[in-house]
Design a binder for this molecule. Structure first.
Ligand code: HEC
Length: 145
């Protein structure tokens, strides 16, 4: 009898664990791989942080403000039409997401054009990435706090 009870408790415990871990929905393996690839492309190849992360006076990145938008620490050699001295927040807290959605952001990195059909002002580069690269970068940006 005691054995029976113990088994019931164990089984109940197991299914509870299953429910709990299912509820947490950890990033699935393909998502984690996509985000890691996006991080590599954004940070090592395109270097988005050079313009989108604020720096200390010594020029070190302020890690807690990673990709949160910044005042650029450089200006064009000659005055340039439409030059932007500030870059926007491009993390998950960016005001762009509700307006652009994930699709709009992916298309922006694929075509260089925002949902209104305009290019961003200089010095924001005009990217024409392939779909998988754009999609990975967007997944990475969305994963940033
Ligand atoms: C050389 C500096 C620089 C780099 C590198 C850079 N950006 Fe920007 N970015 C800017 C500036 C400046 C703006 C503001 C331009 C504007 O509002 O038109 C901007 C604007 C944007 C916008 C908003 C565009 C709009 O039309 O409102 C997005 C989204 C963006 N950047 C994403 C990225 C991503 C993703 C990367 C890396 C893959 C990146 N940027 C790399 C400087 C840069």
């Amino acid at each position: 009898m005691v054995g029976m009870k113990l088994r019931t408790i164990l089984l109940a415990g197991l299914s509870l664990t299953a429910i709990l871990s299912w509820g947490q929905a950890p990033a699935s393996a393909p998502d984690a791989a996509k985000i890691a690839r996006g991080k590599y492309l954004a940070e090592e190849v395109a270097k988005c942080q050079d313009c989108h992360t604020p720096k200390t006076e010594k020029g070190d990145f302020i890690k807690s403000q990673w990709m949160k938008g910044s005042t650029l620490d450089f200006t064009p050699a000659a005055p340039m039409m439409g030059w932007h001295s500030k870059s926007p927040d491009i993390t998950s807290t960016s005001a762009l997401w509700p307006r652009w959605n994930v699709d709009g952001m992916v298309k922006f990195l694929e075509t260089g054009k925002n949902p209104r059909g305009n290019k961003a002002g200089p010095p924001m580069p005009t990217y024409t990435l392939n779909h998988d690269d754009a999609d990975a970068i967007v997944a990475y940006l969305k994963s940033l706090p």
